[in-house]
Design a protein around this ligand. Structure first.
Ligand code: DX5
Ligand code: ZN
Length: 226
């Protein structure tokens, strides 16, 4: 298994939305990416933030944005997030009938392209599309809400993706999202994930930056010598 150094991406879904800029700065210097969950009350029942908030936040921090679109019709909205300066824009496989074409548009707009796979979606049909993507986000819960319990069975998808990525020598981050915390990150890393979203585990902690460092240490240790 070839796994690059881990990326830790705190999710602002668990932050205080009235103090977003401050909450983002609390993880600067510790986090690699800032994970931004966009939900539209259609693809998922929950509703969060959209483009205007991302545009304003973009000016408030140097951290790269990892935008996770849990929305229907990503073709209509995703390129706007690339134009707003997102580092990576991930949309859901379940919401898009031509993922490769949208990935091309995102790359042309200057962003990395990410494909997300929700809890009930098998990974196999998507493995052959991965050369068109820079990140593969595998949900370790059902998308829609923070603070849910990690589902270890979903790591089978991570293992399948890691085998495929290594065999094909693909340059692709395998990201896990949902219930990632000190007691779950090691098993996700051992399964082959190399990017870790953590909401509650970071923003529920007294010291968010310290929580990020701790998660990083655990992920590194889990893959050391693998
Ligand atoms: C949920 C979001 C996650 C969420 C994770 O659908 O995609 O990014 O913020 O939150 P925790 O880490 O609390 O499970
Ligand atoms: Zn997310």
């Amino acid at each position: 298994m070839t796994v690059p150094p881990p990326i830790i991406a705190p999710s602002i879904l668990a932050a205080d939305f009235a103090r977003l800029a401050e909450e983002v700065r609390a993880v600067e210097g510790a986090a690699d990416w800032l994970h931004v969950d966009v939900m539209d009350n259609h693809f998922v029942p929950n509703l969060t933030i959209g483009l205007p908030v991302v545009q304003s936040l973009r000016a408030a921090t140097e951290l790269p944005f990892d935008v996770h679109l849990m929305i229907t019709d990503p073709r209509r909205w995703a390129p706007g997030y690339a134009d707003a300066g997102a580092h990576n824009v991930t949309f859901h496989a379940e919401a898009c009938d031509n993922p490769v074409s949208l990935a091309k548009d995102l790359r042309a707009a200057g962003a990395k392209a990410g494909l997300a796979i929700d809890r009930d979606t098998p990974i196999e049909p998507y493995l052959e599309l991965l050369p068109s993507f820079d990140t593969l986000l595998i949900m370790t819960i059902k998308a829609g809400f923070g603070g849910q319990r990690f589902i270890p069975e979903l790591l089978d998808k991570v293992r399948a993706a890691r085998r495929h990525v290594d065999a094909g020598h693909l340059e692709l981050r395998i990201e896990v999202d949902g219930g990632i915390a000190a007691d779950t990150i090691e098993q996700a890393a051992a399964a082959g994930a190399d990017a870790f979203v953590a909401g509650t585990a970071v923003y529920g902690a007294e010291d968010p930056a310290e929580a990020v460092r701790r998660l990083r240490g655990l992920a590194e240790r889990a893959t050391a010598g693998a």
